[in-house]
Design a protein around this ligand. Structure first.
Ligand SMILES: Cc1cc2nc3c(=O)[nH]c(=O)nc-3n(C[C@H](O)[C@H](O)[C@H](O)COP(=O)(O)OP(=O)(O)OC[C@H]3O[C@@H](n4cnc5c(N)ncnc54)[C@H](O)[C@@H]3O)c2cc1C
Length: 468
């Protein structure tokens, strides 16, 4: 990678060829995938990243690194029967048919190639997750790095970009405006945190600046149901793609869509993986009662958790589940932070939560009846891997907003659309682009975020290269 102080067009000089074949704004999963795909097809690439802390604070680095693909070679090796069509059907089912089907089809079709490319060309040590399955997936199809941490995943891409001499990376540098100067090049206005700015030019521009989760006025306007939630995403998600897109009359859609999460440890701010629920864990409120079918999905469970007293709930599990979740870096972080509190019996759990032993005993007894099938579950929960048995672990949690899923409309090549037609040379990927989660929180199928980032990034990088 080439590191430079500036990207400037020389003053007074008439520039007839773009300085870069492609300029990528944002160095998360979407931007780095686009940069690597384009660079490996011989293009000169610039990446501008607004936040110096992007190695830890991009959403990609904060994620649990699960990338879904139906029909991958890992699945084939494991004897799992799956396909892009089955995956697409799951996305459409989870969104009640409301997802952008062209983008969802493009992503499910590219996903097997994408994970193979990430492993073979980028050197990401991906493996298939078979120890639990997120709600809504009809097959084991999430691919992840060994410790299931976004930071490890993201650092592989950063390191790989470092090795490319045809990628210029500049940080901190923020893309603030773009303007088409002629048919073959686009002018970009970029700014440093000290307010100094520069102009540069590129044949194509990829907006990979994520969504608007960190922009409270946009959240209040587009997704009021989650405006009072803890925001547990990156500080760089300030909606820049929407602002820039507006100046180009770009189409936008699904601005009410988001990924919520029903279990972020409080006050620790660490994700309590939903794998705990899928292994048989339950959520109870501070009155000691369950309040829904936890297996609907973690995204749609944010609002029910926030609706409990003080917006608080407790995730309850047992030693078997704790052991199964040790593979997650986040779970290890919870243990290190002393966020998991253990008790030998229902009475001990009751005193942790602050309810009577009778109430807690009844809640656990009823949950056991549902898990063993001896009585129907009051909330209709069907998936219970096993009933809970003492000792019990408990983590105090709240509901959170992780990231937004709506954005700039794109076609199957990740080209930004205006009045339904592609804007020449302009691409949007990841959280900057329209997602595949339909409306609201409930359409979010685990993995939709990273698939949109890496998948659209890979598609955009290759498409830019093909049109040069
Ligand atoms: C806690 C958490 C867990 C998650 N777990 C998963 C998971 O397991 N699976 C999954 O699929 N999804 C998950 N997601 C969602 C997923 O992380 C995101 O959807 C995805 O990482 C978005 O990638 P991106 O490249 O679009 O954005 P990011 O990774 O956020 O990168 C965007 C970058 O752009 C920079 N930027 C912003 N504006 C500008 C500008 N104007 N100029 C230059 N740079 C700019 C930002 O600083 C940032 O570094 C999770 C999200 C969170 C918060």
């Amino acid at each position: 990678m080439t590191r430079r102080e500036d990207l400037s067009v020389q003053e007074g000089e008439r520039v007839t060829t773009p300085m870069f074949d492609v300029l990528v704004a944002g160095a998360g999963g979407g931007g780095l995938s686009a940069a690597l795909a384009a660079a490996d097809r011989g293009l000169e690439v610039a990446v501008v990243e607004a936040n110096e802390s992007y190695r830890t604070s991009s959403n990609t680095a904060m994620s649990t690194a699960m990338i879904p693909a139906g029909g991958s070679r890992w699945q084939e090796a494991a004897g799992i029967d799956d396909s892009p069509q089955d995956f697409l059907a799951d996305i459409m089912r989870k969104t009640d048919g409301s997802a952008d089907v062209a983008v969802a089809r493009a992503l499910t079709e590219v996903a097997p190639d994408l994970v193979a490319w990430m492993a073979d060309e980028i050197g990401v040590p991906l493996g298939l997750v078979t120890d639990f399955r997120y709600p809504g997936h009809s097959a084991d199809r999430c691919h992840a790095v060994p410790d299931r941490s976004g930071r490890a995943l993201h650092s592989h891409l950063v390191d790989e970009v470092d090795r490319r001499s045809n990628v210029t990376m500049i940080t901190p540098m923020r893309l603030t405006a773009v303007e088409r100067s002629d048919a073959d090049q686009i002018s970009a206005h970029v700014e440093r945190p000290d307010g100094t700015s520069e102009e540069t030019t590129a044949g194509s521009i990829v907006l990979a600046t994520n969504g608007y989760g960190a922009r409270p006025d946009f959240i209040a306007r587009f997704i009021p149901e989650i405006e009072n939630a803890l925001y547990h995403g990156g500080p760089g998600s300030t909606g820049d793609a929407l602002v820039i897109g507006k100046t180009m009359d770009a189409d936008v859609a699904y601005l009410d869509a988001y990924q919520g999460h029903g279990s972020v440890a409080t006050p620790h701010g660490i994700i309590v993986t939903w794998a705990i629920v899928m292994h048989g864990g339950i959520l109870i409120n501070s009155a000691g009662s369950r309040f829904g079918d936890e297996t609907q999905g973690y995204s749609e469970y944010a609002v029910p958790v926030l609706s409990q007293a003080d917006g608080i709930a407790w995730v309850v599990f047992d030693a078997r589940i704790g052991e199964a979740c040790r593979v997650f870096r986040d779970y290890q972080d919870l243990v290190t932070a002393d966020a998991v509190r253990w008790s030998d019996d229902a009475a001990g759990l009751a005193s942790i939560v602050g309810v009577s032993a009778e109430v807690m005993g009844e809640t656990l007894r009823t949950a056991r009846g549902s898990a063993t099938g001896s009585a129907p579950d009051a909330f209709g929960r069907m998936a219970w891997e096993q009933e809970l048995s003492p000792p019990y672990g408990a983590v105090k949690v709240t509901g959170a907003l992780f990231h937004t899923q709506g954005g700039l409309c794109v076609d199957e090549h990740a080209r930004i659309l205006s009045a339904g037609m592609p804007i020449p040379g302009m691409y949007a990927v990841g959280g900057a682009a329209v997602g595949i989660s339909g409306h609201g929180a409930s359409g979010y199928l685990a993995g939709n975020g990273l698939l949109s980032a890496f998948g659209l990034g890979y598609i955009a990088g290759n498409h830019v290269a093909a049109r040069q």
